[in-house]
Ligand binder design. Structure first.
Ligand code: HEM
Length: 783
């Protein structure tokens, strides 16, 4: 007890003394570090006010410096001491210096006291994996990333049937983290909640921890780090990252014949370490590098997306042309993105670049720490150890041919690229003397091509699936928030999202049966109407329009009516033509603009997507379908897959004979559906007892919803399919390469047992989950 009494005053005394000595020495060194260049705001004596201005309005300060000293070097007083800003033109002088002479990484590490925050860690393995392996593989990941993006929207976002306010900062952090993790750590790790949390929080801990620790005197930081919670968390983040990664690494190491052949950042890093003979590289280092990569990638990318969305919401006139570009480009590919699609999205690329020009990640990029003394062409000496950066965001420095530099022209770069000689210039990821948002020179951001793809995929998803606008009261583009030279999007602004239910292409959706009481027509009636007409498959949409104009706006569509015919080709022909023509008709009459749910139910007969001996996909349907009108004529399976993709993307419902997502949230079997239909006044056309309507969350095709437990429970019996399903022969045509794997077909479904499954919804549950309108509102009878 006594020793404690003595030790506290002593400890305090030593601490105060240390701080005092430290202060004196620091002031002395700071004096030494003052540069022989003018200081912005030197006319005021209030140094603290100047520091405060740097923190909150560095943009104003740098503009003042630019106006006053034009092409001259100036310095600014900051909480970290004076900082030197070079005019853009001197970037040329610095460019030839290599990373060991003028280091961007060291500059960044110094700013975030990387020695403590652990980011002072330069790795050739990491840089090589990003610069070479990631960029080389970009094209291979577009579909995977798109899938993760879709999965994230479907699982993390509210349904947005009505205008729903979203915190974009929070939501997009998750989307970008998961989409990036798909490539950094592969599937299924990219969906591991703890990993995602760990890899996103680490960057925040570094940034906030650094700011907090900087409040302490440098001499006290070795001890003070233990009083800053974020610093403790950083250590925990590293530990946790290793723990989480370990099982994945072990799993990989046990894979036959391979340890590190996975095509993702883990694999690339492992391969590089091996090639470089780096014996110090182990799982711990791998986990650390993963944290660093995520830090560089996730927050920057998220911010660029938020800025772009704010710009779009403030200038909605750009949304329609962008949407048109996206839909036009993806039209021929089931709405699924490919690498070349991203390249073709020139308007979107231009908009992203213009958004970044006005809202760069930092207003002073090309930041370098001189590791050796550097002499610039104007005679200025940069002493070793000094950090310099370029004042890169003076919009008026743009070349005259760019047009008014201060205006927001979303298609500025699109127009500039229209000259044949400039077609590959001015891209979002291009760096140049005029566009330094990603830095400049050899060490410009190596992740920018990847970031460009990620941003396009996410923006394209949002633009084609949601309407969005600012919440009431937000006028114009919300002003950015400055933190030192970093440009942040205002985190208090909420953007409202509303899901788009749109039929882009007739073969994206198929229908047949709708609620009579709501829609005034039933599937049976539709079928009957068309079947009555000998020309049903030949009838043009214009002709059909005359017969359906009485239908009110459709909100729910159930597809469970197929025509059967002893001639197998005939129903296929009917099924291909009738629904697509019918939908085209409804689309023309705008009666499906309010569509909320789409349910497809299929039985096990006649539908052309079946497998197994008697249910081989009917390649022989193709000639028959060729007679059908519209794009559904290609192949019924094609249409259904497309319908599935449409459903997946819009959180609607689909059943494909048990080949559904592993993430199924619930399902309705045929008898439930029939009950629903009869209760609400609808009627099912032809529904097989084995049919089910399944709410789909993600990828809908060729995953088994039926698990071994279902088989054991006697709900399902299975048949092993042949190794390569016949449909694989047309996989390229379907745009579904490598989707078709050997599968078990579960085709004997006991619907009574299914109805007792916990995951099968009752009608009441569907109502409660708002999957169906309340039955009370749905009275009526079918005709
Ligand atoms: C919109 C998103 C992004 C922005 C705005 C951005 C911006 C930047 C900037 C300004 C630099 C400094 C370059 C220089 O000083 O010349 C940089 C460096 C870096 N970025 Fe990015 N970045 C983004 C995305 C990414 C991604 C996705 C990755 C990883 C996959 C990444 C990895 C890196 C790395 C490793 C460096 C250091 C390069 C070196 O020192 O050689 N960045 N980034």
């Amino acid at each position: 007890m006594d020793s404690l009494h003595i030790s506290i005053p002593w400890t305090l005394a030593v601490t105060v003394l240390t701080a005092l000595i430290g202060n004196v020495i620091t002031i002395y060194f700071k004096r030494l570090r003052t540069f022989a260049v003018p200081t912005v705001g030197a006319d005021t004596d209030d140094v603290n006010a100047l520091k405060g201005r740097y923190v909150h309005e560095a943009d104003v300060l740098l503009r003042e410096g630019y106006k006053k000293f034009k092409n001259g070097i100036f310095q600014v007083v900051t909480p970290d001491g004076p900082r030197v800003f070079l005019p853009r033109k001197l970037a040329h002088d610095l460019k030839p210096y290599n990373r060991h002479e003028a280091s961007g990484m060291k500059a960044l590490a110094d700013r975030h006291i990387g020695h403590y925050t652990t980011i002072d860690h330069e790795s050739d393995i990491m840089l090589g994996a990003i610069k070479i392996d990631l960029n080389r593989n970009l094209g291979n990941f577009v579909a995977d990333v798109e899938r993760e993006v879709a999965h994230c929207f479907e699982t993390q976002f509210p349904p947005c049937h009505e205008w729903t306010p979203l915190d974009l900062h929070e939501k997009l952090l998750r989307v970008v983290a998961q989409a990036s993790a798909r490539i950094f750590v592969g599937y299924p790790m990219c969906r591991n909640e703890e990993w995602l949390e760990c890899s996103t929080k680490f960057a925040l801990d570094v940034m906030i921890g650094a700011e907090k620790l900087k409040q302490w005197h440098p001499w006290l930081r070795p001890i003070a780090q233990y009083f800053v919670p974020e610093m403790t968390r950083i250590r925990g983040d590293h530990r946790r990252a290793l723990e989480l990664l370990q099982p994945e690494l072990e799993k990989r190491s046990k894979e036959p014949g391979n340890t590190d052949a996975h095509n993702d950042m883990i694999g690339w890093m492992q391969q590089r370490a091996k090639k470089l003979g780096d014996r110090s590289f182990d799982s711990k280092e791998l986990a650390n590098l993963q944290m660093l990569t995520a830090t560089a990638a996730i927050h920057t990318t998220r911010l660029a997306i938020i800025h772009a969305l704010y710009d779009l919401a403030a200038r909605p006139e750009y949304i329609e042309p962008l949407k048109r570009e996206i839909l036009e480009i993806t039209k021929g590919n089931n709405g699924t993105l490919r690498k070349q699609h991203l390249t073709q999205m020139r308007k979107l690329d231009s908009f992203m670049k213009e958004s970044q020009r006005h809202n760069p990640p930092s207003i002073a990029t090309f930041q370098r720490k001189a590791m050796v003394p550097i002499k610039l062409s104007n005679g200025f000496h940069i002493p070793a150890g000094t950090i310099v950066q370029c004042n890169t965001n003076m919009l008026d420095e743009a070349p005259a041919e760019w047009g008014d530099p201060n205006e927001f022209d979303g298609f500025r770069f699109y127009k500039l690229r229209s000259k044949p000689e400039d077609t590959n210039k001015f891209q979002f990821a291009s760096t140049s003397y005029e566009s330094m948002q990603f830095g400049f020179g050899n060490d410009a951001c190596p992740g920018r091509f990847f970031a460009s793809n990620q941003i396009k995929i996410i923006l394209a998803y949002i633009i084609s699936n949601y309407d969005f606008k600012f919440e009431d009261g937000v006028v114009g583009r919300p002003k950015n928030v400055m933190f030192e030279v970093n440009v942040l999007a205002d985190p208090t602004v909420k953007v409202l999202f509303k899901k788009i239910y749109r039929l882009d292409s007739t073969d994206d959706y198929i229908t047949g049966c709708v609620f009579k009481s709501q829609l005034g027509i039933t599937g049976t009636a539709i079928v009957a109407a068309f079947a009555d007409s000998p020309e049903y498959s030949e009838q043009s949409t214009d002709e059909m329009m005359a017969s359906v104009t009485h239908i009110p706006r459709v909100t729910h569509i159930f597809f469970c009516a197929y025509l059967a015919d002893p001639d197998e080709g005939e129903p296929a022909c009917i099924n291909g033509a009738m629904p697509s023509n019918f939908l085209a008709t409804l689309k023309k009459t705008s009666q499906i603009a309010d569509l909320q749910f789409f349910v497809l139910t299929c039985g096990l007969t006649q539908y052309g997507l079946h497998q197994g001996s008697q249910k081989t996909p009917r390649k022989n349907y193709i000639p028959f379908l060729a007679r059908a009108k519209g794009s559904a004529s290609k192949f019924l399976l094609h249409s259904i897959v497309r319908a599935g993709k449409g459903c997946r993307r819009s959180r609607e419902y689909l059943e494909l004979d048990g080949h559904v997502s592993v993430d199924v949230v619930g399902m309705v079997n045929a008898s439930t559906l029939q009950m629903v239909m009869s209760k609400v006044g609808g009627i099912c056309g032809h529904v097989s007892q084995n049919a089910m309507a399944v709410p789909i969350q993600t990828k809908c095709f060729y995953h088994q919803m039926a698990s071994a437990s279902h088989i054991r429970a006697g709900r399902i019996s299975g048949t092993r399919l042949h190794a390569r399903p016949p449909v694989a022969e047309v996989e390229a045509e379907l745009g579904l390469e490598s989707e078709f794997k050997q599968n078990d077909l579960y085709n004997q479904i006991d619907s009574t047992k299914w109805a007792q499954c916990p995951e099968v919804h009752t009608l009441k549950e569907l109502e409660i989950a708002k999957m169906l309108p309340p039955t009370a509102d749905l009275k009526g009878s079918h005709s």
